[in-house]
Structures are given as C-alpha cells and as structure tokens.
Design a protein around this ligand. Structure first.
Ligand code: EPU
Length: 293
C-alpha cells in the first residue's frame, strides 16, 4: 500500500496498546498511526475508506480497556504539535484535540481565564473529554463549548456550533467524527482564585479517588440519582481481586491494575460487580469505559 510508504516512521504495525492506555493493559493494534498534520490525516482517511479498514481514535487512552488480543483495526493518535496548539482570542480559548486537560487548565490560569478548574486531575485530552463529555463535581466540559471543528470519515472538515452538538451524561453526538479542535468560552477571573480552586479540586480528587495504581478512572456510569461506587461498596466488594486486577479500597468504582492485570481479569471483575449489584439492588450497571476488543 502506498500510504504505508508515505507514512514511514509514523506507522507502527502491531503496536501494543498497553503503552497507550492509562490502565497499561491491551494487546496490539493492527496499525498504530500518528499523522503529522491535517493533510496526512485526510489522506489516511481516504485510504482507510478505499481499503475498507476499520479505525479507532485514541487520545490519552484514559477511559479505554483494550482486550488482550488487541484490535484488528487502525488506531489513530493525533499527537503531533499541530494538534496540540492552544491560542487565545479575548475570553475564547482555541484548543487542539491532543492538548491534555491539565495543559489547557494551566494556560487558562496563566491568562486569568476561569471556568475549567473542575476538570483538574482528569487525565484525558480535549478530544477524548469532548466525545464523552467528561466531567466532575456536577459540571461537564460540554457546558463551556462554543464550537467544535471536526473531520468526518470522508476527510471533510466541518465546524459544529454549540447548538449542533448534543451533550449528555458521559456522551455526545461527536463520536462519529474525528475532533480537531474546539473553542471554549471562559470567564475573566483572578489568577490566584483560579489557582486556589484548582488546588481544591485536586485535593478533593486525591482524597476520594484511588490514584495509586494504573486505572481507567470510574469503570461504570452512575445510575440516575446514585453513585455506582456507593452501590459496589454496599455489596462489600472493595478489595476483591481477580488475577492482577483489584477493586480499589478507596473508591469501589475504580478497578486497579495492581500487578500485570490482563483485560480478561478486569472483564471478569466487571462481570462479578454487575452480577452482585443486580442481585442486591436490581440495578444494571453500564460501563463508562470503552471496551475495544
Ligand atoms: N461512595 C461510597 N463508596 C465508594 C465510593 C463512593 O460510599 O467506594 C459514596 C461517597 O461517599 C459519596 C458518593 O458515593 O457519598 C459519591 O461519591 P463520589 O463523590 O466519589 O462521586 P462518584 O459519583 O462516585 C462521580 C464521577 C467521577 C467524578 C466524581 C466527582 C461517574 C461514574 N463518576 O463519581 O468521575 O470524578 O463524581 O465529581 O460519573 C470518571 O468519570 O472516571 C470519574 C471518576
């Protein structure tokens, strides 16, 4: 294939996905590709379409469990500098999809722009956060969005206004696109106030969530009106382990990769949790993490 030659150096066949997920779990992707710019991404999508190859997009891999056998797809990671740019226009921050939330918060803080503080400590990229409408402390990133620039499967670039984007609890209608960048509307705020808020949220996160081992954050979505972590805790499952995976003692909706856990270990633990919660509360928990296998 021609594109394999063009992309020499930026394409890795059978790349182990455990190197690209915060869980540090996952077998190989058929091809792992990091296009250098928008033109290359466009060309790639054309080829992918022509050869009918399935593809997935990864950000920081902080909400994904990749199966032990890996994925027979192309995995695209937009990691090059053009996808990481952050620029300012009045109170609007234009952010590339590959910028991490913590980088965005830090730039906003330096410019005296507030509104993003609640996202402090969430380990993802802007692109990943938008697709799943990441949030914490009853706020979601979708609330700050003015516009999102995306590419569709045919390589066409579109601008979606906030009215065209549907954000709901941990989901959006952006999944069918490749997110390129977004414009966030922030509020002029005293820099020291921002700093104080960020520290407060980080402290809160540290005291309630388990950051001691690799994980993918919360595993299950919260059912309406109740915390999945609370339900799992009430089933006395904290500390339960299968293979190298264990339910955190600090927050029951966290599964930790304690010792070379396999995806199979995590999936078995998830299924045990679902069974116990269903039988005790008659509630069916739904995964928050994306499972690629
Ligand atoms: N709780 C327990 N036992 C536990 C965990 C929690 O009793 O093991 C109780 C807490 O004491 C508290 C209540 O459940 O009374 C809620 O707990 P917490 O504040 O930790 O929030 P959560 O509902 O478990 C959600 C999000 C988190 C987000 C926090 C903070 C989901 C699935 N989880 O957790 O998001 O950081 O609120 O806003 O929506 C993530 O999406 O990966 C994630 C970690």
């Amino acid at each position: 294939m021609n594109w394999l030659r063009v992309l020499k150096g930026r394409i890795r066949p059978r790349e182990k996905m455990n190197k690209h997920t915060t869980f540090k779990i996952g077998g190989p992707a058929r091809f792992f590709i990091e296009p250098k710019d928008i033109e290359e991404l466009k060309m790639l999508l054309k080829c992918i379409k022509r050869y009918n190859i399935p593809f997935l997009v990864i950000g920081r891999g902080s909400n994904i469990l990749v199966g032990d056998k890996g994925v027979d797809t192309v995995v695209l990671k937009l990691s090059s500098p053009v996808f990481r740019k952050i620029s300012l226009n009045n109170n609007h921050l234009k952010v590339g999809c590959a910028a991490t939330l913590n980088q965005v918060i830090s730039v906003a803080q330096k410019k005296g722009l507030g509104g993003l503080e609640f996202l402090a400590g969430i380990p993802g990229t802007l692109g990943g956060a938008l697709v799943m409408n990441a949030g914490a402390w009853s706020k979601n990133i979708g609330e700050l969005i003015e516009e999102v620039r995306v590419m569709d499967g045919n390589g066409r670039i579109k601008k979606l206004s906030k009215e065209q984007i549907k954000f709901a609890y941990r989901k959006s209608n952006l999944e069918k696109y490749i997110i390129l960048s977004a414009i966030l509307k922030l509020v002029k705020t005293d820099k020291s106030k921002i700093k104080e808020k960020v520290s407060g949220y980080l402290e809160k996160r540290k005291s309630t969530q388990d950051l001691s081992r690799p994980s993918a954050g919360c595993i299950f979505k919260n059912p309406k009106g109740i915390s999945a972590g609370r339900l799992i805790d009430l089933c006395n499952l904290k500390g339960t382990g299968i293979g190298g995976a264990r339910i955190s003692l600090k927050h029951a909706n966290f599964i930790l990769n304690e010792k070379n856990a396999t995806a199979e270990d995590v999936l078995k633990l998830m299924s045990l949790i679902k069974k116990k919660v269903k039988s005790k509360f008659n509630i069916s928990l739904k995964p928050e993490i994306k499972i690629w296998q």
